[in-house]
Design a protein around this ligand. Structure first.
Ligand code: BG6
Length: 489
């Protein structure tokens, strides 16, 4: 990051006000991330963290709750008791019903005067409008305030627009941080450096040198205790509309003129607008919805989605999506982008695979049938970047095999790698918007997704079953096989 971006540290003390402060996301991610930011001196002096929720805790009840529930999410090697105690001292809790204007007076009493306020809305998006209206009515929003909006931002384009308009009544666009935690992942940020910090890739980074792009975000976990949310959402809204399209944008975008937030976001927006809209015929042919049934993951038996806690009988929510799309632009003409994501898959694996064209003619009679050159960028579970090249197998004859050039980031950089939420929260504190979504980007993503969701409704088909612990329905492999490709796992 350039120093100019680092100079944006707030000059005022910070009140970080988290709606949904006792919820799952806060406990598992936000509070541990803020603790890490404190441990490394990345929070302004005299920061307060004010959690807001509906549960009424007695006395120090909230702090005890955080102590018990959040601490386990801090890696033991990063746990320092003194810093943790200091962090707990930074916490306050205000009990209020987000929709009831009367409760906000209590919040106004706890939040200090002359501070910069960052509001983190980690609640259902249906509450965002009331929260912003109520914050404004009790005078808590000023020109220094920032608001962080958690995903999912709406359920479709219309609901996203409604939220954006409502939030926009009280915050200007430069005060709004639409978070997508994938944009805070080290490897995702590194993709920008890989593409635009090197000269040798750019000339190759296009059709016809690139013949396909694959994005896989596979999870081995199931829906867990989140069926209430997930059953209404499904994999398309939960993962594709945001995380995966953002990854696609970074791979496909043109070089931005600078790292300024708008320069980067302008380019991502162009990609989203170039995504080919799907007709009903395209949807039937080029998309696969799946739902997991019982199976085994990592040697342990796993139940099917319909048997998970709180999943309504006969639910047809998709827990898996695979699809093929195109970016209709000169750079990407005719290059298929294959996307897949699912829960309860064989293993946790998030990766991007760029497949390059084979040499136009082979002089090696026994060249393996595998594609010669691939760039594999793995985000999870390990971070790695590998370029597959063909090499001669030692010995007589000219036998060749694929070998990886491996960018060993772990040994190249000894520094600790911050978690995505920590990095993004520090960006909020420092006023850096580059890794957050702008309104038009978010709406362009919904505009592409909505017709697919509607098409699925119209087609009325149940999702394909796939066994927990597999790589998804057979139709997903068939989607690629049709064009002579296969998923790389
Ligand atoms: C969240 C989704 O945005 O991302 C979850 O709501 C999903 O369903 C999670 O499990 C995956 O994030 P990560 O960082 O574990 O890949």
């Amino acid at each position: 990051m350039s120093t100019s971006l680092n100079t944006l540290a707030p000059s005022l003390p910070l009140d970080m006000i988290i709606f949904g402060g006792a919820g799952d996301l806060s406990i598992r991610k936000l509070l541990p991330a803020l603790y890490m930011a404190h441990l490394h001196g990345n929070l302004p002096p005299s920061t307060r963290i004010i959690a807001v929720g509906r549960h009424a805790y007695e006395g120090a009840g909230y702090i005890d709750f955080v102590q018990q529930q959040s601490q386990p999410f801090i890696d033991a090697k990063n746990f320092e008791s003194k810093a943790w105690q200091e962090f707990l001292q930074m916490l306050d809790y205000v009990c209020l019903d987000a929709t009831d204007p009367d409760g906000y007076a209590a919040l106004a009493r706890v939040s200090r005067q002359g501070v910069e306020r960052a509001f983190y809305l980690a609640t259902a998006p249906s509450l965002f409008t009331s929260i912003c209206d109520n914050l404004a009515s009790c005078g808590l929003i000023d020109s220094a305030s920032r608001v962080v909006l958690e995903k999912p931002l709406g359920h479709d384009l219309a609901s996203a627009q409604e939220i954006n308009i409502a939030v926009g009544r009280h915050f200007s666009e430069s005060q709004i941080y639409r978070i997508d935690h994938y944009l805070g992942k080290e490897t995702v940020q590194n993709l920008m450096v890989l593409r635009f910090g090197n000269g040798i890739l750019e000339p190759l980074w296009r059709a016809p040198n690139i013949v396909s792009v694959q994005i896989t975000v596979a999870e081995s976990v199931g829906v867990g205790s989140r069926a209430g949310f997930y059953n209404e959402t499904g994999a398309m809204r939960d993962m594709v509309q945001n995380h995966i399209l953002q990854l696609l944008c970074i791979i496909a975008m043109e070089p931005p003129v600078s790292l300024d937030p708008d320069a980067v976001r302008d380019e991502k927006l162009k990609v989203l607008r170039s995504l080919r809209r799907m007709t009903l015929g395209d949807i039937a042919r080029d998309t696969v919805r799946g739902q997991y049934v019982g199976g085994a993951v990592n040697g342990e038996s796993a139940k099917g989605y319909l048997n998970e806690l709180d999943v309504p009988a006969g639910s047809s929510t998709e827990t898996f999506v695979a699809l093929r799309t195109y970016v209709d632009a000169w750079r990407w003409a005719n290059v298929p982008f294959f996307i897949r994501t699912g829960k309860r898959m064989q293993k946790r694996l998030s990766q991007i695979v760029i497949e390059f064209a084979n040499p136009p003619f082979s002089i090696f009679p026994d060249a393996p049938r595998t594609r010669a050159n691939r760039l594999v960028i793995q985000l999870q579970p390990e971070e790695s970047i590998q370029l597959q090249l063909m090499a001669k197998q030692p010995g007589s004859g000219m036998h060749m095999l694929p070998v990886n050039l491996n960018l060993d980031l772990e040994s190249a950089f000894s520094q600790r790698r911050a978690e995505a939420y920590e990095r993004l929260l520090i960006d909020v504190v420092r006023g850096r918007l580059t890794h957050f979504m702008r309104r038009d980007e978010l709406e362009a993503a919904w505009s592409w997704v909505d017709p697919i969701l509607e098409g699925w409704q119209e087609l009325g088909e149940r999702p394909h079953n796939y066994a927990a612990g597999s790589w998804g329905p057979d139709a997903s492999a068939a989607l690629l096989a049709r064009q002579g490709f296969e998923w790389i796992e």
